[in-house]
Design a protein around this ligand. Structure first.
Ligand code: NAD
Length: 332
């Protein structure tokens, strides 16, 4: 294992002249296998170059070796869903900060980064509206037989149950209310009940209750050791007749065997997802219009979300190097 000397902001700050020259020579890599919109790239460059940082762009790379080569001498990285593993950190000997332009940061090995003194940040809230709009669109899409002929149903008057009331969940709830839905939510980590009452959303105290009342269950939990594989047969079969599970969170939170069994036993259940399961092909073949997955994750794929998240990432990097601000650090 190579010896890694963590970057310490305080030490550099003591010498103002060193600090300025340090910033000037810093390299920031934008590594995006799935690129940002051009407008976002231009905005990111503008912010970083105004701080005298050098920008290196690696887009649409197809081989991990390209990423390993590109990180060799960079001080900072902006990534999207790109995997930042121990191997990438081994290759990036100068790396001090990784910013995941987005909410979920399960693509970055945060523990390994912490061990090496590398700061990991996300850009919370910057793409939430795009994801929330997609979640609502998916509900309507499934209610209208995937836009094929036949009598569908309306979402007005139905119960929308939100699993995790964070940035996306909250927006989905507000938009659902605007469409006339009855909104309930479960999030044991939101201790301030005013958050729910302000939005006119009923807080429920158990997952059993959430799932058993859900005409539409919108999933917004992060993929963590606790949540991976946690949504399976038991919860899904509690859902009322004709219910739809909507997943714009992560595929890993679903227990795929349990999902398959629930869909097979309950011919009324539907599953729509922005994060296709491993067994997507099989689900398509077995369950027809009761299952739909976007061909590629597209929740945050709007120009607005790209720009918001990309620019926030660039600002956070400049802020970190100039003031030491670690407000959005996720691996403290
Ligand atoms: P967020 O951090 O604002 O909210 C997450 C919420 O989950 C928090 O309120 C937290 O209290 C809650 N939570 C955590 N563990 C929980 C548990 N075990 N049970 C119940 N609640 C729990 O994140 P967000 O911006 O709302 O995004 C949510 C998730 O959506 C992200 O983690 C990411 O995986 C996914 N996402 C997907 C896309 C996409 O393109 N489809 C885009 C953005 C985010």
């Amino acid at each position: 294992m190579p010896t890694i000397v963590p970057y310490t902001f305080e030490k550099k700050e003591e010498k103002v002249i060193d600090f300025i020259s340090l910033i000037k020579n810093m390299k920031v890599l934008i590594a995006t296998e799935k690129p940002f919109a051009q407008k976002a790239v231009n905005g990111i460059k503008e912010i970083l170059e105004a701080a005298d940082m050098q920008v290196v762009l690696l887009e649409k790379y197809t081989d991990k070796a390209q990423l390993l080569e590109a990180v060799a001498d960079v001080d900072a990285m902006i990534v999207r869903s790109d995997k930042v593993t121990a191997e990438v950190m081994d290759a990036a000997r100068n790396l001090k900060i990784v910013v995941r332009a987005g909410a979920g940061f399960d693509n970055v090995d945060c523990c390994e980064a912490k061990r090496r003194g590398i700061v990991v940040m996300n850009t919370p809230g910057q793409n939430s509206n795009a994801v929330a709009e997609l979640a609502l669109a998916m509900m309507i899409f499934m209610s209208r037989n995937e836009f094929t002929p036949g009598t569908g149903s309306e979402i007005k008057g139905k119960t929308l149950a939100i699993h995790a009331y964070g940035n996306v969940g909250r927006l989905v709830g507000c938009k659902g209310k605007a469409l006339g839905m009855n909104v309930i939510a479960y999030d044991p980590f939101v201790s301030d009940c005013n958050v729910f009452t302000c939005d006119g959303v009923e807080k429920v105290e158990s997952l059993d209750e959430l799932y058993s009342r859900a005409d539409f269950l919108s999933l917004h939990i992060p993929a963590t050791e606790q949540t991976k594989g946690s949504i399976g047969y038991e919860l899904l079969t509690r859902m009322p007749k004709g219910a739809t599970l909507v997943n714009t969170a992560r595929k890993e939170v679903i227990d795929e065997q349990g999902l398959k069994r629930a869909l097979a036993e309950r011919e009324d259940l539907k599953y729509v997802t922005d994060v296709a399961p491993e067994c997507a092909q099989e689900l398509c073949e077995c369950f027809g219009k009761r299952f739909f997955a976007t061909p590629k994750k597209m929740g945050a794929e709007t120009a607005e979300a790209n720009i918001n998240a990309g620019l926030a990432a660039a600002r956070q990097i400049v802020d970190y190097f100039t003031t030491g601000n670690t407000r959005f650090q996720v691996n403290k």
